[in-house]
Design a binder for this molecule. Structure first.
Ligand SMILES: Nc1ncnc2c1ncn2[C@@H]1O[C@H](COP(=O)(O)OP(=O)(O)OP(=O)(O)O)[C@@H](O)[C@H]1O
Ligand SMILES: [Mg+2]
Length: 494
């Protein structure tokens, strides 16, 4: 069943039950009131009759003023009220017309009356108006004089008159009921349509998103503070994150494509060189004195290829958490001094000064070889991108970590370039390829992965033409993460 009908049905159900309960209660209470009013009226009439229709003619002698009663009956003609007056012997003394004269009062009622209690009954009785047998309401009032029952004044009204009054009320109520139902149908339709329209708006938005349109405004269409608006807001948030992850997937896909192109390019360059030399050798166009140099070049290029393949493998292994860090605690100062020593030749070639500021005891908790690899890469970069400058290596024992920074006064980078340096094959300046250092753009990508794996952090601060500072940390044994490396499906603790 359509939602709009379900909603309407629910509304109408509630309204119908409410109306029915109210109507029943109303009819019951009106009926009661009408009956009560009827007996009160009859009582009042008998009271009037008691005061006006009994005329004292002597000691304990009373006459009935028939004229007064007849006039009263005339006045009350519309209500069909009639009176009968009984004497103390339960014989009717009014009306005198024998055909209308009813039988005496029932024994039970008579006993009550003799006790001085008024009696009201609803029963099948003879209507004094025409003598016909009818359902009547009757009110009996006893009249006493000096403790003796003198007369019983009774007032009769046919039940039919009362029921007509009740019937009129019921009729009006029915009309009211039908009108209310009509109003309820209209209102519930409007309310249900409003709700359904909002749900349809959500559906429409879902379809738009399904068709890849993430920019359609959703939440702004919904006013108010109800669950549907909340749902719309949640939906909007979901779409936003979907859009973000879509963009991320696209970015990753772009990176992947770039990676393939870069990798192919990096491999092709040395292969082309090697191929050129091999052809030269095959056709014997390389002069004898250059052959040794050519072979040396080929060896360099081959090494470069091997390094490229190894580094790529290394990167992948680190990235997929497949390497096991053999973490130990050692004095890093010794390694820093070694690295400076190893790179001295390169620094001299670039006319760079390398300054090391480290305490004699620099506590490092890391995989020793990987630590050296990280620092070596960063210092090598600093020398590589600095001419006639200074490279300052500062190290200290921090709180629960070892803090090292490598500052240079070299070419620096723009903010945009800094953003990408952790990506594989990224080179801020693509024109500088194939230098003596065998740049491939893998160094920092590996450095970043290694430092993350150790639970440390690395930051770059760089200004174009002014210099660059790499600051990184290695956590101490107490705070370093316990590595769960997965190696060929086996979980290993580092
Ligand atoms: N100290 C620095 N000063 C200026 N630019 C830097 C510095 N360090 C890194 N870069 C920039 O970041 C890029 C990426 O560095 P990364 O070490 O990853 O690659 P690479 O040095 O080009 O090649 P590889 O280290 O793999 O031989 C470099 O090409 C360079 O453009
Ligand atoms: Mg490098």
């Amino acid at each position: 069943m359509k939602l709009i009908y379900q909603q309407m049905l629910a509304f109408l159900g509630v309204i119908l039950v409410t109306l029915a309960v109210i109507s029943i209660l109303f009819i019951r209470s009106t009926t009661n009131t009408v009956w009560e009013n009827n007996f009160t009226q009859l009582e009042q009439y008998t009271e009037v009759l008691k005061n006006n229709s009994l005329v004292q003619v002597g000691d304990n002698q009373f006459m009935i003023n028939s004229n007064f009663i007849a006039t009263s009956e005339n006045v009350l003609q519309d209500q069909h009220v009639h009176f009968i007056i009984y004497n103390s012997k339960n014989t009717a003394v009014y009306p005198t017309n024998s055909s209308r004269t009813p039988r005496g009062i029932d024994d039970d009622d008579w006993a009550q009356l003799k006790k001085g209690n008024a009696v009201s009954v609803r029963e099948l009785a003879r209507n004094p108006a025409d003598g016909s047998q009818q359902s009547m309401t009757i009110y009996y009032k006893p009249v006493f004089l000096s403790g003796k029952l003198l007369f019983v004044i009774s007032a009769f009204a046919p039940v039919e008159t009362i029921q007509t009054a009740i019937g009129k009320t019921e009729h009006n109520l029915l009309i009211g009921f039908l009108l209310s139902m009509l109003a309820a149908i209209i209102v519930s339709y409007i309310v249900a349509r409003y709700q359904v329209r909002r749900i349809n708006q959500l559906r429409q938005a879902t379809h738009q998103v399904m068709n890849g349109d993430y920019d359609a405004p959703i939440a702004t269409k919904f006013k108010g503070h109800d669950e549907i608006t909340d749902l719309a807001i949640d939906f909007q948030n979901m779409v936003n994150s979907l859009k973000a992850s879509e963009a991320e997937i696209e970015r990753q896909e772009g990176r992947r494509r770039q990676f393939m192109a870069d990798a192919a390019h990096e491999m092709r360059t040395p292969l082309t060189t090697i191929n050129g030399i091999l052809e030269g050798l095959a056709y014997d166009v390389i002069p004898e004195e250059s052959k040794a140099k050519s072979i040396e070049l080929m060896r360099n290029e081959t090494n470069r290829l091997i390094r490229l393949v190894n580094e790529n493998l290394d990167y992948e292994k680190i990235r997929t958490n497949q390497i096991i860090l053999k973490k130990t605690q050692f004095n890093g100062q010794v390694d820093l001094a070694n690295i400076v020593e190893q790179l001295k030749q390169k620094a001299d070639a670039a006319n760079d000064d390398v300054v090391l500021n480290a305490p004699a005891e620099l506590t490092v908790y890391a995989d020793h070889d990987r630590f050296v690899q990280v620092v070596f890469n960063i210092v090598q970069n600093a020398i590589q991108f600095t001419d006639h400058g200074t490279i300052t290596i500062t190290a200290k024992n921090g709180v629960h970590q070892t803090e090292i920074s490598v500052s240079d006064t070299g070419i620096g980078m723009t903010a945009d370039q800094v953003k990408n340096i952790w990506e594989r094959y990224y080179k801020a300046d693509p024109s500088r390829k194939n230098t003596a250092y065998g740049e491939s753009g893998l160094g920092l990508a590996i450095v970043h992965q290694l430092i993350s794996l150790h639970g440390g952090s690395i930051e770059v601060d760089s200004k174009l033409h002014e210099g660059t500072t790499f600051s990184f940390t290695f956590p101490d044994e107490a705070t370093a993460p316990k590595q769960k490396a997965v190696n060929n499906g086996e979980a290993t603790e580092a």
